[in-house]
Design a protein around this ligand. Structure first.
Ligand code: PXP
Length: 251
C-alpha cells in the first residue's frame, strides 16, 4: 500500500445555482449572493485542492464572469468542465484553467448523465486536447468505466480520465459491486496506459468507502453532496467531513 494523497476538487456549480435562482439577471451585482468567490475561498480554507466549475452552453449556473473571477482569485487549481464546442473552447483558451475535463452535454439533462463517447469522436477531441495542452492546460475525459473509452482517451492524448461514478452511486448491493469491478478494470487499464485516474459524480461521505477497492485514484470531483451538506454544516465543515473520509483511501 502506498501513501494516501487523494485530492479533492470541490464543484461549486450549485452555489451558483442558488445565486441564479434570485439574481439571474444581475449575476455580478454587489448584492448577488451566495458569492461564488467566497465559496471557493471557503472550500480552499478547509483543504480543497482545486475548484471545479462547469460552464454550460445554456449558462444555467456558472457564468463567464465567474470563471474569469475564479481564475484570477483562487489560490489552488481551477478545473473547468466543458462540452466540446468551439464557443467554450475559445473561452478555455483565454482563461487557461489548470485542468479541463471534457464532458458530454445536452440541454435537457438535469446534470451530466453519462460519460463522453471519446471513441466515437476521436478526431475532434484530439484537436481540442491538443489546443488546450499546447496552451498549458491538462485535459481529462469524463468517461464511463468502459475499456474502449479508456483506450480511446489515451490514444487521443488526454493526460487524465475521470471515471463516471453515477451508476455506482445510484445502485446498491450486487449492482454496485458489479460497477465497482468495472471501475477497477478501467482504473487498472488507464494507469497502465499512463493516464491519471480521477473519479466523480454522485459521491458522498456515505458511499465513498464502497469505492475504495478502485486502485490508482488521484482526485475526486464532488459537488452536489458538499453543497447540500453545507446548508447544515457550512461549506468548510462539509469539505472537512469529506476530506476525513478520503483520508481512509489507500492506493
Ligand atoms: N465530475 C463531472 C465531470 C461532473 O459533470 C459532475 C457534475 O457536475 C461532477 C463531477 C460532480 O458530481 P456531483 O455534483 O454529483 O458531486
Amino acid at each position: 500500500m502506498s501513501q494516501n494523497n487523494l485530492l479533492l476538487g470541490v464543484n461549486i456549480d450549485h452555489v451558483v445555482t442558488l445565486r441564479q435562482a434570485r439574481y439571474r439577471t444581475l449575476p455580478d451585482s454587489p448584492h448577488a449572493e451566495p458569492s461564488v468567490l467566497a465559496s471557493a475561498l471557503a472550500a480552499e480554507a478547509a483543504g480543497a485542492h482545486s475548484i471545479t466549475v462547469h460552464l454550460r452552453a445554456d449558462r444555467r449556473h456558472i457564468q463567464d464572469v465567474d470563471v474569469y473571477l475564479l481564475r484570477k482569485s483562487i489560490g489552488t487549481k481551477l478545473n473547468l468542465e466543458m462540452g466540446n464546442t468551439q464557443e467554450i473552447l475559445d473561452i478555455a483558451l483565454q482563461v487557461r484553467p489548470d485542468f479541463v475535463c471534457m464532458v458530454p452535454e445536452n440541454r435537457e439533462e438535469v446534470t451530466t448523465e453519462g460519460g463522453l463517447d471519446v471513441a466515437g469522436q476521436r478526431e475532434s477531441l484530439r484537436r481540442t486536447v491538443k489546443a488546450l495542452s499546447d496552451n498549458g492546460t491538462r485535459v481529462s475525459m469524463f468517461i464511463d468505466p468502459d475499456l474502449e473509452q479508456v483506450r480511446a482517451s489515451a490514444e487521443i492524448g488526454a493526460a487524465m480520465i475521470e471515471l463516471h461514478t453515477g451508476t455506482f452511486a445510484n445502485h446498491a448491493g450486487a449492482e454496485r459491486a458489479a460497477e465497482v469491478e468495472r471501475l477497477c478494470a478501467a482504473a487498472e487499464l488507464g494507469h497502465t496506459l499512463g493516464l491519471q485516474i480521477n473519479a466523480g459524480h454522485g459521491l458522498t461521505t456515505k458511499n465513498l468507502p464502497d469505492l475504495w477497492p478502485v486502485p490508482h485514484l488521484a482526485e475526486l470531483n464532488i459537488g452536489h453532496h458538499l453543497v447540500s451538506r453545507a446548508i447544515f454544516t457550512g461549506l468548510q465543515g462539509a469539505v472537512r467531513e469529506m476530506l476525513a473520509v478520503m483520508a481512509t483511501y489507500h492506493n
